[in-house]
Design a protein around this ligand. Structure first.
Ligand SMILES: *[C@@H]1O[C@H](CO)[C@@H](O)[C@H](O)[C@H]1NC(C)=O
Length: 275
């Protein structure tokens, strides 16, 4: 009698656990629930019950999606698998942006390349319509072979760009030095796959080879942490992360606006020199 009773209790508990796990996965990753396809006339698709999203690009059009929600701060992860093979001239943009002429924006852009040559990961931060803060990287893996996690930690003190948990860029709140910081305008998540062969690959020298079309990029495992009582809201880079950030910047950064003195003959932007 007691045995039977325990057994059914365990069954109930186990089913509850399975159900809870399922619900968490579902809520975290579901593209139907979190995103709207906004353009591309059928070239963007949500697949596998909402677990996978693909964008495609052909000669006639690219495609894109945006989040249903707006975020004012967040710790946002997305896994991307980029256009494989000869992706020269293609750009996969994945970014946060607010609206209006004084918009804020936090950008990841992946610039394709010919087969075997590295993608360029381009990053930028706009505050109140002012950008010009490009930093570019090559990656330490082939971003087309597998899904990798690209994260934006955006809290009131800093913006941290990470790749597979390794921070690659930090933009600190330097309002005390007179540098605007995005903190008042909610942003949506946007992503698009489009053609930019007038500038993307080796500055526009390499054109898109349309015989490879359609080009496809894939997305999965979206997760956004937004509860401000949680650790991410005050998170800073600990010394290990700081170390990894310096190593990535030393070994993989190919462009840094903060060292481009030719571009800023009147002096580098304040956030580059203030500490
Ligand atoms: C493409 O490959 C060339 C040669 O390796 C490299 O200089 C460039 O940064 C790569 N990325 C892009 C987007 O041009």
């Amino acid at each position: 009698m007691a045995y039977t009773h325990n057994c059914s209790m365990i069954t109930v508990l186990l089913s509850l656990l399975v159900f809870a796990t399922f619900m968490t996965t579902y809520a975290a990753g579901n593209f139907y629930q979190n995103f709207d396809i906004t353009w591309g006339d059928g070239r963007a698709k949500i697949l596998d019950n909402g677990q996978l999203l693909t964008l495609s690009l052909d000669k006639a059009s690219g495609s894109g999606f945006q989040s249903k929600n707006e975020y004012l701060f967040g710790n946002i992860d997305m896994q991307l698998k980029l256009v494989p093979g000869n992706s020269a001239g293609t750009v996969t943009a994945y970014y946060l942006s607010s609206k209006g002429s004084n918009w804020d924006e936090i950008d990841f852009e992946f610039l394709g390349n010919v087969s075997g040559e590295p993608y360029t990961l381009h990053t930028n931060v706009f505050c109140q319509g002012k950008g010009n803060r490009e930093q570019q990287f090559h990656l330490w893996f082939d971003p087309t072979a597998d899904f990798h996690t690209y994260s934006i930690l955006w809290n009131p003190q800093r913006i941290v760009f990470s790749v597979d948990g390794t921070p690659i860029r930090e933009f600190k709140n330097m309002e005390s030095k007179g540098v605007a910081f995005p903190k008042n305008q909610p942003m949506r998540i946007y992503s698009s796959l489009w053609n930019a062969d007038d500038w993307a690959t080796r500055g526009g020298l390499v054109k898109t080879d349309w015989t490879n079309a359609p080009f496809t990029a894939s997305y999965r495992n979206f997760n956004a942490e937004t509860t401000s009582s949680n650790a991410w809201f005050t998170q800073q880079l600990d010394s290990t992360s700081q170390q990894r950030l310096s190593e990535v910047q030393k070994n993989y950064m190919i462009y840094n606006y903060c060292t481009d003195i030719k571009r800023f003959p009147q002096g580098l932007p304040t956030e580059c020199t203030a500490s």
